[in-house]
Design a protein around this ligand. Sequence first.
Ligand code: RTP
Ligand code: MG
Length: 150
Amino acid sequence: MSENSSEQELTFVMVKPDGVRRGLTGEVILRLERKGLEIVRMEKILMKPEQAATLYSPHFGKPFYESLVGFITSGPVVVMGVKGRKAVSVVRKLIGSTDAAEAQPGTVRGDFSTAVQENVVHASSSPEDARRELSIFFPGLVGEKEGGGL
Ligand code: RTP
Ligand code: MG
């Protein structure tokens, strides 16, 4: 384990249907691993509508909600549990801004998209979101007690 195990976090990362369709799954994995993060779970799935509704429940009622759920269930995605020091914020920096046209070059979105919706990858925005999102796809990875699964 690394120098400060109390800072170890788990986060949820997903290659979205556009990223899988374009053959960018390996590119995302490469960037996570070379940063020093560990992929502890990974599966290619077709997301069920109930899973999409749960994942995107914070966006329910927003103008883009229906379109987002339609998009995320439109083809296979690759879901991952990713572990490392400060993993939540580290991965957010690696993927870049939501609007890929504004994302910095060198980030996944900055290098591979110009879209807002089809922005290649998802990652949890806080440790609380990470626990909620991981529990949808990898029940048992996040334990009942704090830091479960690490
Ligand atoms: P994500 O959840 O996918 O990691 O992305 P994020 O935190 O950067 O963005 P968030 O605000 O959580 O939005 C979730 C996803 O919804 C789509 N979106 N479309 N104005 C729009 O049309 C719009 N805004 C957001 C994107 O696919 C975004 O990643
Ligand atoms: Mg988000």
